[in-house]
Ligand binder design. Structure first.
Ligand SMILES: O=C(O)CCC(=O)C1=CC=C[C@@H](O)[C@@H]1C(=O)O
Ligand SMILES: [Mg+2]
Length: 373
């Protein structure tokens, strides 16, 4: 597909100029794949409890690896199989055995993330992030997508707007709505001023159809693709289809900072960097990506360690005045040191032997996929 034919398929004018032959770097891209034994030496699985259930998770487990370049995180969600997990392992190998590219900025703006809590709890959650330029609100929680659930979503968003009148506001439905519900809900939510709606419905065609319907209804809420980027075998398909205005990028699911940079470049759309609910060790990779992108028009979803009751890094890596400093050396040197697990917190949060074993097996399987690639 040429650039002009792509525009033809996108009558609403998303700015993507992705071509059919846009190439994204392969996993590991020339980096040596360490032996399993080398990866597992010093590896430890931690279990970090959450203040509030988030994407069905109440305790977040993560395997931390220690390579020559520093600490790295391997934490594919529990339900992910070896193929998908291999991308997360490639990201950990980049972090621990290669290091990240030189950034173009020293710090990145960060958004608060509000889980699907009752409106009465919104103030408490917002306070845990401090002052931030933007807030992301979770909506369409599983089992809460009927009229009552939508009313709760509207109340939650309205409360955020009341408490943070100047903040940019975005919602994330994690593809929980059907077309009609999304169309109606977004028209109501748009009254509170939305910078964009993240994955309101499932699938690339679903996003394209909703985006057109919103424009036709005179409510042109921008659409961000998340699951349609990170869980698709072709992360560029959504951009090719002109189905979204921007892409959400997460380092671990996309296979590392360099690969994510390649995907954003090839997609030709604005990108929002977000966490994969990582510990502070994994957050460092997200900051490395955000600090390296040529353009960073949106605050990043990298403040999520605030959602844990405790983090393995002490003090945990929270935004300061709405921003996180880069820990990779750039033109003006690194603004802070790379986060390192605290030995006492590591011992306290260490998962039991059964879980250590389960994660070691997952790593071995993901390693098998990478060695066959
Ligand atoms: O983007 C943010 O503000 C925080 C990160 C975040 O929302 C997520 C992290 C990991 C998994 C998720 O279901 C969720 C998301 O869908 O974006
Ligand atoms: Mg999302």
């Amino acid at each position: 597909m040429t650039e002009s034919s792509n525009r033809h398929r996108d009558p609403l004018g998303s700015r993507s100029s992705v071509g059919a032959h846009a190439e994204i770097p392969p996993l590991l891209d020339g980096t040596r794949l360490p032996e399993v034994g080398e990866l597992l030496e010093g590896a430890v699985v931690v279990a970090q409890p959450m203040h509030t259930r988030f994407r069905g998770v109440t305790v977040r487990e993560a395997m931390l690896l220690h390579g020559p370049a520093g600490w790295a995180e391997f934490s594919p969600f529990a339900e992910y199989g070896p193929e998908e997990s291999a991308r997360w392992l490639a990201a950990a190998i980049e972090a621990g055995w290669q290091g990240w590219p030189t950034p173009v900025r020293d710090w990145v703006p960060v958004n608060a993330t509000v889980p699907a809590v009752p409106a009465a709890d919104v103030g408490r959650v917002l306070d845990s992030f401090g002052e931030v330029p933007a807030v992301k609100v979770k909506v369409a929680e599983s089992g809460r997508t009927g009229p009552e659930g939508v009313a709760e979503d509207v109340a939650r968003v309205a409360e955020v707007r009341r408490l943070r009148p100047g903040a940019a506001l975005r919602i994330d439905a994690n593809q929980g709505w059907d077309h009609a519900t999304a169309l109606a809900a977004l028209q109501r939510l748009a009254e509170h001023g939305l910078e964009y709606a993240e994955q309101p419905v499932a699938g690339i065609e679903g996003l394209a159809r909703l985006r057109e319907a919103l424009h036709a209804a005179g409510t042109p809420v921008r659409i961000a693709a998340d699951e349609s980027v990170r869980r698709e075998t072709d992360p560029l398909a959504v951009a090719r289809a002109g189905a979204a205005d921007l892409v959400v990028v997460k380092v671990q699911p996309l296979g590392g900072v360099r690969r994510a940079l390649g995907i954003v470049g090839a997609a030709g759309l604005d990108a929002v960097v977000s966490s994969a609910l990582d510990t502070s060790v994994g957050i460092a990779a997200g900051v490395a990506l955000a600090a390296s992108l040529p353009a960073l028009p949106y605050a990043c979803g990298l403040g999520t360690v605030a959602l844990f009751t405790e983090d393995v890094v002490v003090p945990r890596w929270l935004p300061d005045a709405g921003r996180l400093a880069s820990c990779v050396s750039g033109a003006s040197g690194a603004s802070r040191a790379r986060p390192v697990p605290d030995p006492a917190a590591l011992a306290r949060l260490r998962a039991d032997e059964g879980r250590q074993q389960w994660w070691r097996q997952r790593l071995v399987q993901a390693h098998g996929v990478l060695s066959a690639t």
